[in-house]
Design a protein around this ligand. Structure first.
Ligand code: UDX
Length: 443
């Protein structure tokens, strides 16, 4: 099939590369000339494992192209995916101005039937708005609108795309459903040739729904996962008060097949460009339809409080923070990404600086991005440089590099043997035995 992907962010780029990988002709369009220039040179504007090799392979084999011109993408394709950003406005509502702009450009340029697919995370009923906009343009061209939400995790996005746990398609007729079914058939039948296939499940559910339900599935899924994290973080606070261990509580809960262990890791909370923004957007759109989603407001409140809880623990260990040096390990919102958007590290550092502490940081891949955001911090070349002379070492992101730290060496470098673990990566008994003052979350 001939496909156009508009927007070359994390979602657009991974989607484009993967659709090319399963045999389609794909043109990825973005109005950012610098980004397209970088991609044409074979360089990636983001860090995502395996993306560079996949893009290179598909460009070399003549299936993947880049352009700054929407008209080129529209004229060469029958299926157009919208994967532009939907960032939060000040009130938390999703800003759909890029979606609207792109749709107007598609409507102006289409000369034959197009299937236009929402891939960006959008609030429910966006598909209806897009339909109205196309009708307003009165281009007399035949079109369908579909919603096909993505469930890609940064750091394993390519694996998630090629090995999804479900494919959701929201459509208004069989024609649109059949096109998308055919497009995804190599993934469902697993008939594509990729070295990236791994841990396969036997059956991938393909769920075909109406437009509104597909749009809601995305917001509801992310909000539900966010709620699981805030739930376990609330339980962590109770564990601390009563002398229980949240890791054990989560383990005991997770054996229940109705609960499952995933997303029950207590810590400094969730970040990234999906959970915080989708949660806010879901609360806002629910409000617009006169539903006060108080449950999700509490999920958000608990999460926003996590960095403060972590800093409180540092204070409990050090008493006064002024002029103390705090070493931070991990800046990205989670391991295996350089993404700093809504990363808890930003608020943790902000709170420490408000108390006039000195901050040293290290992250295996996010330091270049961090330099654009953080002010007055010292960057270490490795965890040990950060530990050296610090009054406390704080784990904010659970990179595997930190799990494998030489703890004896770390202890000898620290000014005082204090580790505050925002991700519960160490065993408290072992840390105590090694002579650390070890503070974790909910243990
Ligand atoms: C998420 C969804 O998982 C994905 O399906 C969606 O399409 C995009 O949003 P992503 O933002 O890449 O993906 O990260 P994810 O791995 O889900 O983690 C989100 C945040 O939750 C991270 O900050 C992580 O550290 C935190 N988290 C996760 C916890 O604090 N505890 C957990 O148990 C799990």
């Amino acid at each position: 099939m001939n496909i156009c992907i508009i927007g070359t962010g994390h979602v657009g780029l991974v989607t484009g590369a993967c659709f090319a990988e399963i045999g389609n002709q794909v043109i990825c369009v973005d109005n950012d000339e610098e980004k397209i220039g970088t991609l044409k040179k074979g360089k990636m504007p983001i860090y995502e494992p395996h993306l560079e090799e996949l893009v290179k392979k598909n460009v070399d084999e003549g299936r993947l192209f880049f352009s700054t011109l929407i008209e080129e993408g529209v004229s060469k394709s029958s299926v157009i995916f919208i994967a532009v950003g939907t960032p939060p406005k000040e009130n938390g509502e999703a800003d759909l101005s890029s979606v609207e702009k792109v749709c107007s450009q598609i409507a102006r340029n289409m000369k034959d039937y197009k299937l236009v697919v929402e891939k960006s995370t959008v609030p429910v009923q966006t598909g209806q708005w897009i339909k109205r906009l196309f009708n307003l343009h009165d281009s007399h061209q035949d079109f369908d609108i579909a919603s096909n939400p993505e469930f890609l995790r940064e750091g394993s996005a390519i694996h998630d795309f090629l090995n999804p746990d479900r494919i959701v398609i929201g459509v208004e007729n069989e024609r649109a459903a059949n096109i998308l079914k055919e497009l995804y058939s190599p993934i469902i039948k697993r008939s594509f040739d990729s070295s990236l296939k791994s841990s396969l499940v036997n059956h991938i559910p393909l769920l075909i729904t109406d437009l509104q339900s597909a749009e809601l599935i995305k917001h509801a899924s992310n909000s539900f996962l966010a709620a699981k994290i805030s739930f376990i973080n609330a339980v962590a606070d109770i564990c601390e008060r009563v002398g229980a261990d949240v890791e054990k509580v989560a383990q005991g809960m997770g054996y229940d097949p109705r609960i499952v262990p995933a997303f029950l890791e207590a810590g400094v909370g969730f970040g990234g460009f999906c959970f915080p923004k989708d949660l806010q957007a879901f609360i806002q759109i629910a409000g617009k339809f006169n539903y006060d989603f108080a449950l999700l407001k509490e999920v958000e409140r608990i999460n926003k409080d996590r960095p403060r809880r972590l800093v409180e623990k540092i204070e409990e260990a050090l008493w006064v923070l002024k002029d103390k040096t705090i070493g931070i390990l991990g800046l990205a919102f989670k391991p295996d990404t350089d993404d700093m958007r809504f990363a808890p590290s930003i608020e943790v550092i902000n709170l420490l600086q408000k108390e006039k502490a000195k901050v040293k940081v290290y992250d295996p891949v996010a330091m270049d991005r961090a330099k654009m955001i953080l002010k007055n911090v010292e960057y270490g070349k490795n965890p040990y440089q950060v530990a050296e002379g610090s009054n406390a070492l704080v784990i904010v992101t659970e990179w595997s590099e930190f799990r494998d730290l030489d703890l004896a060496k770390t202890k000898s470098l620290l000014a005082s043997p204090i580790i505050v673990d925002g991700r519960n990566i160490f065993d408290p008994a072992k840390m105590k035995k090694l002579g650390f003052v070890y503070k974790a979350m909910g243990r």
